[in-house]
Each structure stands twice: as structure tokens, then as C-alpha cells.
Design a binder for this molecule. Sequence first.
Ligand SMILES: NC(=O)C1=CN([C@@H]2O[C@H](COP(=O)(O)OP(=O)(O)OC[C@H]3O[C@@H](n4cnc5c(N)ncnc54)[C@H](O)[C@@H]3O)[C@@H](O)[C@H]2O)C=CC1
Ligand SMILES: CC(=O)C(=O)O
Length: 353
Amino acid sequence: MKKASSLSELGFDAEGASSGFFRPVADGGSTPTSHRRRLTKISVIGAGNVGMAIAQTILTRDMADEIALVDAVPDKLRGEMLDLQHAAAFLPRVRLVSDTDLAVTRGSDLAIVTAGARQIPGESRLNLLQRNVALFRKIVPALAEHSPEALLLIVSNPVDVLTYVAWKLSGFPASRVIGSGTNLDSSRFRFLLAEHLQVNAQDVQAYMVGEHGDSSVAIWSSMSVAGMPVLKSLRESHQSFDEEALEGIRRAVVDSAYEVISLKGYTSWAIGYSVASLAASLLRDQHRIHPVSVLASGFHGIPQDHEVFLSLPARLGRAGVLGVAEMELTEEEARRLRRSAKTLWENCQLLDL
Ligand SMILES: NC(=O)C1=CN([C@@H]2O[C@H](COP(=O)(O)OP(=O)(O)OC[C@H]3O[C@@H](n4cnc5c(N)ncnc54)[C@H](O)[C@@H]3O)[C@@H](O)[C@H]2O)C=CC1
Ligand SMILES: CC(=O)C(=O)O
């Protein structure tokens, strides 16, 4: 049975209650239009492990005035909404709404899509494609209709191909359709490098690019700590340079999700922080550089007519993707990136969009 969760649902008159409790000052008027701030609305579609980790991280980072949650399972959805609402006394004030109907997302500034099937232990991300494309055909056109000016941030897997699908189905410009991509892989990479080098992960600048998945590419050539190019310093100081350890780290990054999924069934916390950091860079117009899935045609020798989305370091702001960094890659890195692009493009071509 649906129970009331707000005082107005319980029969209290919210207007009456507030006017009785607080009186306006003697000559109090309304807020001048020039002082009114535009409210920020974020929608999270899919209130599963990932959607809820993202929603709760966004809540703690105080970047939305309204968060709309959407899921296909009404009881679970309402339970998740209430559970978050009950933390109100510890959080910035946010209007939290939920519905199975995508109309609740109307007027979103940012719509984050996490709905869909997830991997079972050992399954690849690309294996989820057909199931999640079917879902996207229902979700994306409705999202675009309700929020024609929104930024779309895709998280569901396989994220790169689904970002391409969302771009096609939404009709939005590519600058407003972004996949969370290797922002997460790069964080895993930085964590493992930091452990290896005994420094803080925030001081490690290192990117994984390409597919968020098995063909992702570690960019060793530009890796730096405190501005120092790590491989060059090691070579110049004739210190032992352990190729095997580096390859072990790259392998560990690629295997990370498989390991977590085999241990706890799904991944959630790291992707929650990863996506919240993207949301902050976008909505607060931070111009920060994140490796995210963007339209990569023409970059690093990827053919111009291959409309493939994969991760490259991109400058993010309120308008979405403001630009993509022209990284200097070694020949081997560029070759691996093109191979990653080929795998993804072959998958995109299987789709009838
Ligand atoms: N890009 C990335 O780095 C990551 C992506 N993922 C992906 O995120 C997705 C979600 O993973 P989890 O949250 O663990 O799965 P989950 O199974 O916990 O949640 C998926 C949710 O989608 C909902 N859903 C299904 N159809 C829907 C519809 N038509 N409208 C609204 N909601 C609908 C389900 O009811 C469920 O609550 C998966 O595809 C997973 O592979 C997960 C971790 C990292
Ligand atoms: C599941 C997934 O894509 C990840 O955790 O990387």
C-alpha cells in the first residue's frame, strides 16, 4: 500500500503551516527577479546499485536543487527515495522526487542513465548490448522530449556504444551526450600507480583512454607525478624500469571490475564518485579535464566516417564537451587506441538506428 511521505500527503496544509510559523517582516516583498537563482535539476534513470550510489554522492556534494529518480520497479524506487529523504537533517536542502514515468524528469539540466542489465560474474560489458539498446529505445527519446536542453550522461554498459545509441536516439548535438567512459578506469589506474609509487592518487596524472572495458589503453608516455614525467625520469636516472610491473598495473585496471563483480556482485561506490565528479564539472562549468566517452571521429587516425564514441581527455563545462585534448601518443598507444575504436565501431554497426 502506498503510504504518505510528506505532511501535505498526510493532510497538513503546507502553506498554512508555514505562514503560521514564520511571519514576513513588516515591509517584506518578494525576492527581486535579479536575485533569483536558476534551480538545478538532475535526473537519475535507474535506481539500482549504480544509480543510488550516484544519487547519494551528488546529494552530499550539494550540486542540485532537485533530484528526480526513475526506475521500472515502483516499490524499490519509493523505498530508495524515502531512505534518502530520511537523511534530510544531515544534508543540504534538496527536493527529491521519484516516479516510474519519465515525465518526472521534465526540465532536467543533467540526465544520468544507469538503467539496464549489468554483467554477471565473468561476462563482458559488450555482451549486454542488445538488452540495453532495447531499453534505451524506450528511455532516451522520452528523456529528450522532456528535457530538450539537458546534458545526457550515459553510465549503463557497454557505455561507449550506448553513448553512441543515446546520441542517435536523442538527436542532441554530440557535445551534450557524454559517456562516463574511462573516468572510472583512470581513477583505478591512478590508485594502483599511487600504491606502486607510494604517493597520493590525487598527485598522479595518468589516463586510461579508449573503450571502458577490455580494450582500454593505458597512456604511459604522459604519466606524471607532481608534474614530473615518470617514465622519462626513471629512464634518465638509470633506475630499474620494470615493464612487467607496469603491464601488471594495466592488467589489474582492466580486471578491476571483473574482480569486484565476482566478489560483491556489482560495482557501485567508485562509479558513484566518478559520475558525481563529472556532474560537478559539467553543471558548475569547471572546465576540468576528464577522460570521458566523446565522439572521436578524426582523432588519432580514427576514420572521419566512423562515428565512434570512446574516451579521450575532454574539457567539460556547462555546455557539455567544450573540447578534446590532442594528446601526444606513442605509435603503440595510437595503434591500441585505433584497435579499441575498431572494436567499438564494429559493435555500433550491428545496430539498426
Ligand atoms: N560505466 C561504468 O563505469 C559502469 C557502468 N555500470 C553499468 O550500470 C548499469 C546498472 O548497474 P547496476 O545499478 O549495478 O544494476 P541494477 O540491476 O542494480 O540496476 C539497474 C536498474 O535499472 C532499472 N531499470 C530497468 N529497466 C528500466 C526502465 N525501463 N526504466 C527505468 N529503470 C529501469 C532496474 O529496475 C534496476 O533497478 C549496468 O549496465 C552496469 O553494467 C556499472 C558500473 C560502472
Ligand atoms: C561494471 C563496470 O563497468 C565497472 O565497474 O567498470
